[in-house]
Design a protein around this ligand. Structure first.
Ligand SMILES: O=C(O)C1=C[C@@H](OP(=O)(O)O)[C@@H](O)[C@H](O)C1
Ligand SMILES: C=C(OP(=O)(O)O)C(=O)O
Length: 416
């Protein structure tokens, strides 16, 4: 698809749009089902670039993954992954790369985990160091993918320390591989930070659903028994990060989009962003984005129309997502109106301007191949005339139906 231009709707947006299945939960469930022995049926699943790459990688490792319909995966595992004959190519899917890097250690043989040019800039050294401390041979010469792991058929045992300051996905990756150890494994955080802790809770919940025994001993330590996984049928909830665009579209237009799921039904961390969105146009002067990281671009675009400026703090991790999101959001906001977004160290400051609404301010928004930049800046197009999103196809990473969802709400999304 060529660039798209968003035409601001005349009035509030109403209608029903259910977001697709959660990316985070789908990629966890795919891996856990693949590591289990037997048949698991995953319903409500996301079918998007990130989950298709994950399922393709699992097929490369001998797992049978069938797709009976648009939202279901049937996974038949043997309790083990096999060594793939080719490198695993995982695009820019952080979950798939990190989760499979640890899971590769349970394979009997060599695995190369690789991604696209963006993924090749996303750090993985702390996870590689943790694997090595378990005695696993693993190398990432650039500290980013590609990673070569010499699997030895078991995840090992004992204590493993992990610095999760850059990504909570490192902890989730170690946790999910740990039941395939040959003894109990203790996973301990070094350093104070872990990014969005809610994702680790999501991991533990999914592991338990597949029969793992995991105990969180304290804020920084998890203990996992070598139980392996049981196949199970597993229902995946809609994606909370995707929901933020719809909640924000309701708030910005004064409408009421029915997501078919109550806000408090989500277990994913980004659902917490709903609390802020409901405060619009009186967002607080400081928002700590550390626990709602993927919702920060949504909230930042919303903040552009707020009554008062907003400073986003706790978001340094956003520099190592699909792109440097602090810089991308500041740059693209300022393309709409100079000075609308600025960086202050690792904080993002949005200089709110409610008078932006209704103006014509032509801006061709660069997406940096980042789905969240495309989806959040489309929201600006609901209020400002002249917003064009270049590279609209990048939404396919997690929400291929995004443009159609907006159209279903009677938003004009036209070829630019
Ligand atoms: O575990 C997960 O499913 C995710 C964790 C977060 O990443 P980090 O842990 O790298 O912050 C989040 O940004 C990503 O979209 C999904
Ligand atoms: C950061 C994201 O994805 P991942 O880390 O899974 O690539 C995201 O979806 O916003």
């Amino acid at each position: 698809m060529r660039a798209v231009r968003i035409v601001p709707p005349q009035g509030p947006l109403y209608g029903r749009v259910t977001p697709p299945g959660s990316k985070s939960i789908t990629n966890r469930a795919l891996l856990l089902a693949a590591l289990a022995k037997g048949r698991s049926v995953l319903t409500g699943a996301l079918k998007s670039k990130d989950t298709i790459l994950m399922s393709a990688a699992l097929r490369q490792m001998g797992v049978e993954v069938n797709e009976p319909d648009a939202t279901t995966f049937e996974v038949i595992g043997s309790g083990r992954l096999e060594a793939p004959s080719q490198p695993l190519f995982l695009g820019n899917a952080g979950t798939a790369v990190r989760f499979l890097t640890a899971a590769a250690a349970t394979v009997d043989g060599a695995v190369i985990v690789d991604g696209d040019e963006h993924m090749r800039k996303r750090p993985i050294a702390p996870l590689v160091a943790a694997l090595r401390s378990l005695g696993i041979v693993a190398n990432a010469p650039t500290d980013c993918p590609p990673v070569t792991i010499q699997g030895r058929g078991s995840f090992g045992s004992g204590r493993v320390e992990i610095d999760a300051g850059l990504s909570s996905q490192y902890v989730s990756a170690l946790l999910m591989a740990a039941p395939l150890g040959d003894g109990p494994i203790e996973i301990a955080l070094t350093g104070p930070d872990i990014g969005a802790r809610g994702y680790v809770n999501l991991t533990v919940a999914a592991m338990k659903a597949f029969g793992a025994e995991v105990d969180q001993k304290d804020e920084a330590t998890w203990f996992v028994l070598p139980t392996g996984y049981h196949a199970t049928d597993f229902a995946i909830e809609p994606d909370a990060s995707a929901a933020t665009y719809l909640w924000a579209a309701s708030a910005l237009t004064g409408g009421d989009i029915d997501l078919g799921v109550p806000m408090d039904a989500f277990t994913q961390p980004d659902a917490e962003a709903a609390r802020y969105i409901s405060m619009f146009p009186n967002l607080p002067p400081v928002i700590d984005g550390s626990q709602i990281q993927d919702a920060v671009p949504t909230l930042a675009v919303l903040a552009a129309f707020n009554n008062k400026p907003v400073r986003f703090v706790g978001i340094s991790n956003l520099r190592v997502k699909e792109c440097d999101r602090i810089s991308a959001v500041a740059t693209e906001l300022s393309r709409i109106r100079p000075g609308l977004g600025t960086e202050d160290g690792d904080d993002l400051i949005v200089a709110a301007d409610p008078a932006l609404a209704g103006q014509t301010l032509p801006a061709d928004i660069e997406t940096y191949a980042d789905h969240r930049i495309a989806m959040s800046f489309a929201l600006a197009g609901l209020k400002i005339n002249g917003i064009t999103i270049l590279d609209p196809n990048c939404v396919g990473k997690t929400y291929p139906g995004y443009w159609d969802a907006l159209r279903s709400l009677d938003v004009e999304v036209d070829p630019a």
